[in-house]
Design a protein around this ligand. Structure first.
Ligand SMILES: [Zn+2]
Length: 125
């Protein structure tokens, strides 16, 4: 078991690395990952491919326009192609209604309860 942090939202990530093949060097590599510097691993909420209807929270609110706070919650209502990846139309679910288009890195999927330990598999070839 090792600990890292998500470069996108800064949350802590617990992960486990296991080798997929029975090769001594892969097993050694897997056992050594996580020692020393904490790893940088996208957390589940930042990694999860989003779909319409998914609940999200805002990591990087827009400066102008509607009042959207950091960690405001909303729901993805549309996904549109855009420059530099898809744009996610998000509708606010707080007292004041809002709508905004975000790039994926500016929102995080809300996951129910604890996301547990991320399991990564190492394989060669
Ligand atoms: Zn994250």
């Amino acid at each position: 078991m090792a600990y890292g942090y998500c470069p996108n939202c800064g949350c802590g990530v617990r992960y486990r690395v296991s080798p997929q093949q029975r090769s001594p060097w892969l097993q050694q590599l897997a056992s050594e990952i996580g020692r020393g510097e904490p790893a940088v691993v996208l957390c589940y909420g930042c990694w999860k491919p989003l779909q319409v209807g998914d609940a999200v929270e805002v990591l990087d609110p827009p400066l102008a326009g509607p009042v959207i706070r950091y960690r405001a919650r909303g729901v993805v209502t549309a996904i549109e192609p855009a420059e530099g990846g898809a744009a996610y139309q998000v509708e606010g679910r707080s007292a004041e209604p809002w709508q905004f288009r975000f790039h994926r890195s500016r929102i995080k999927a809300l996951t129910e309860g604890s996301t547990g330990t991320v399991s990564l598999q190492l394989r060669s070839g």
